[in-house]
Design a protein around this ligand. Structure first.
Ligand code: ADP
Ligand code: ZN
Length: 711
């Protein structure tokens, strides 16, 4: 089974090996078992149901929550030569009837549909008349009432277990928390499913969190290093989205806004442009997210703090789905905390709910002020242990300096107390620095003992200190009043001198362009200067093909495949077939065009020896004899005789050379082996298969038998 799966992987998808637990998952489902798959974004979940779908007879039914996701996958499968279709509300009644006809005739291998459609009685009745290969339930966390992607229709999918007891079901999600996991099992009746839990680490993402000083300048510096790359900039409010998008455009960056307040057409059009064009920056609220399957999002930047680590993980996770280096960057400051705490305070929901949300926010704040490896902390939150610091986050790379802040923290808290626990950080810092202004004099704060005691430190240091005091819960924000600071109960031991306090020393804000801090060029700058020209040429060709086919560029080839072409410089189709992501169909369609760009197109007709070599490689890559003939510009008859030769020399297996139904193959083999003694010549049995099997096939089968029995 695994061997067949491997062949499908190579022939159809063009990949050499399974990733992580893909092999085990595919084996489980292909054999008819149920599976629950928890795998991070970019882990390769799609293959986990697409490969078994191709291995099992019948129609595979894939449930997906969004039309955008369905269409993306259908387009991708279409390019791979797999018959897939999506049944959704954009189809006319006529188109739906036509599709049903194709399904009935067995012309469709994978059918994507929304949950509400699947559970319609008419649909279920229709499916029960068919042979079903499997049910795949993608984005299975939509069944969870606690998550923000909840879709009530998902709850009804539980009935599939009773209606189709013989059909394997596979549920997939990238949501990491336990509670959702258990909910999926109960709601979807997957108690007997084998569970496949992958690590949720996203090793290709570089995490960086910086103190917010001049956010726009900081963002600009970050983006300048990543010019030409696609990315998402998340902001909390719609207004800020509009402002930042306009600002970036002003600064010469191709930015688009996205939030729920925009007209539906604008949103749809901006989303489409983001997917189809290269190097666009989407400035968005969290309304932009699910359904964004674009694999080459090279960075996710947060200008505002997410409200939990779950949200942070999910949002940053949209970067680098293709496995290539990507950046997660965030600027965060005291104002973020004030905003989020205020939102939390004003939100609906009971006290218990608010308390849970508060804890989640605290965990997020703790990550921001963390002095240890960010990845270790993040994974730990999801109950996963990373034994060593990752070496691929700001804290690991830059090292974190801490300092003994016990005394200044007491001065700061004392300033809060002496001024009556009602002022914001700006005023408190003025008091500590001994500044002379109207507000100070109006309230008589120049007479306080703490006035001017902090002159030895800069304003920035004091602000950083206040931020960390709040993040650690040593001071509270007064949410009823004007957002001033108050003492919290937990600061007493510090004030009484019973404990000391170590704080993080903020690095200088990074607004100059040579300061990525990740050792020279940013993680997400994929190609080196000297490669750029060819890289752009490859991308231009991909763009042209994508436009011709009406699909996003990454559906033609993902960046990882283009990058491998660039680095390995294939000089022939057979070398091209070795590139990961180049399956038989794409090799046939696009191989020559990309070779042309690489300058490796064959000018002179190939020599016979080359031809043999080329042919073997193409056959191994999964091309059919007809495809090979087209590719090498020679007759099919020639191809068959060269194939038979290669089989005879045991350079190719019969399965690699031909694509013959098993029963037909058995019939041909029987015909050869029927007589006594020597294998009969092809001419002796050709008549028996007249018209049904090309003569070339008979030569190949005979060659295989001869090689096997050494006759
Ligand atoms: P997920 O749905 O888990 O986010 P995808 O199924 O979209 O991930 O896969 C992410 C990317 O990785 C896709 O471009 C996919 O083609 C690629 N991929 C998946 N499995 C493999 C593999 N075994 N070898 C190489 N690339 C793979
Ligand atoms: Zn680290």
């Amino acid at each position: 089974m695994l061997e067949q799966a491997q062949r499908v992987l190579k022939d159809i998808f063009g990949y050499d090996s399974f990733r992580g637990r893909q092999g085990a998952i595919i084996e489980c489902v292909a054999k008819g078992g149920d599976a629950l798959v928890l795998m991070p974004t970019g882990g390769g979940k799609s293959l986990c149901f697409q490969v078994p779908a191709l291995l099992r007879p019948g129609l595979a039914v894939v449930v997906s929550p969004l039309i955008a996701l369905m269409e993306d996958q259908v387009a991708t499968l279409d390019e791979l030569g797999v018959a897939a279709a999506s049944l959704n509300s954009t189809l006319s009644a006529e188109q739906q009837r036509e599709l049903a006809g194709r399904i009935r005739r067995g012309e469709v291998k994978m059918l994507y549909l929304a949950p509400e459609r699947l559970v319609q009685p008419r649909m279920l009745d229709f499916l029960r008349t068919l042979d079903i290969a499997l049910f795949a339930i993608d984005e299975a966390h939509c069944v969870s009432q606690w998550g923000h992607d909840f879709r009530p229709e998902y709850l009804q999918l539980g009935q599939l277990a009773e209606l189709f007891p013989q059909v394997p079901r596979i549920a997939l999600t990238a949501t990491a928390d336990m509670r959702t996991r258990e909910e999926i099992v109960t709601r979807l009746h997957l108690q007997n499913a084998e569970r496949f839990l992958s690590s949720f680490d996203r090793p290709n993402i570089f995490y960086r969190i910086v103190p917010k000083e001049q956010p726009r300048k900081q963002l600009l510096a970050f983006l300048t290093e990543r010019r030409g790359n696609a990315g998402i900039v998340y902001c909390l409010s719609r207004k800020k989205v509009d402002d930042v998008a306009a600002y970036l455009c002003d600064q010469g960056f191709p930015a688009l806004p996205y939030h729920a307040g925009l007209p539906a057409e604008t949103r749809a059009s901006n989303q489409r442009r983001f997917l189809n064009e290269e190097g666009l920056i989407m400035v968005a609220t969290i309304a932009f997210g699910m359904g964004i399957d674009k694999p080459n999002v090279r960075f996710v930047a947060h200008l505002d703090l997410p409200k939990s680590l779950e949200a942070y993980y999910q949002e940053t996770g949209r970067a680098g789905r293709d496995g290539l280096p990507a950046d997660a960057w965030m600027a965060y400051g005291l104002q973020d905390m004030v905003m989020l705490k205020q939102m939390l305070q004003n939100s609906e929901g009971d006290e218990r709910h608010k308390r849970i949300e508060q804890h989640k926010l605290d965990a997020m704040l703790a990550l921001c002020e963390e002095t240890r490896c960010r990845r270790q902390i993040l994974l730990n939150y999801f109950d996963e242990e990373l034994p060593q610091p990752c070496g691929h986050c700001d804290n690991c790379i830059d090292g974190v300096q801490t300092w003994d802040a016990t005394e200044p923290a007491r001065q700061a808290l004392s300033a809060v107390y002496r001024t009556g626990q009602r002022y914001g950080v700006g005023h408190l810092v003025d008091v500590l620095l001994g500044r002379d202004n109207e507000k100070i004099r109006n309230f008589g704060h120049e007479k306080l003992a703490v006035y001017g005691v902090g002159k030895a430190r800069s304003e920035g240091e004091w602000r950083s200190l206040f931020r960390q005091l709040v993040a650690r819960g040593l001071a509270d924000i007064d949410l009823e009043g004007y957002g001033g600071l108050r003492l919290s109960d937990s600061c007493r031991p510090l004030l009484r001198g019973e404990v000391s306090l170590e704080l993080r020393r903020d690095l200088k804000p990074q607004t100059s362009s040579k300061s990525s801090g990740s050792g020279g060029s940013p993680a997400s700058q994929l190609v080196r200067g000297e490669e750029r020209e060819q890289w752009e040429a490859l991308r231009a060709l991909r763009r042209k093909l994508a436009e011709e086919h009406g699909v996003p560029p990454y559906v033609i080839f993902p960046d990882s495949t283009l990058l491998e072409m660039l680095r390995s410089q294939p000089g022939s189709l057979s070398e091209m077939a070795q590139v990961s992501g180049v399956g038989a169909r794409k090799l046939e369609r696009y191989g020559a065009a990309f070779l042309d760009v690489l300058g490796g197109a064959a000018e002179a007709p190939p020599q016979v020896a080359d031809l043999r070599h080329e042919l073997t490689s193409l056959a191994r890559a999964g091309m059919t004899p007809a495809q090979i003939a087209g590719q090498l510009n020679c007759s099919e008859k020639n191809v068959y005789s060269l194939l038979a030769e290669a089989i005879g020399r045991q350079q190719l297996s019969l399965e690699q050379a031909l694509d013959l139904p098993e029963d037909l193959l058995a019939e041909v083999q029987d015909a050869f082996l029927d007589g006594e003694g020597e294998l009969p010549p092809v001419s002796a049995i050709a008549e028996q298969f007249g018209g049904r099997v090309p003569e070339g096939v008979l030569y190949c089968v005979r060659a295989a038998l001869a090689a096997e029995f050494e006759m």
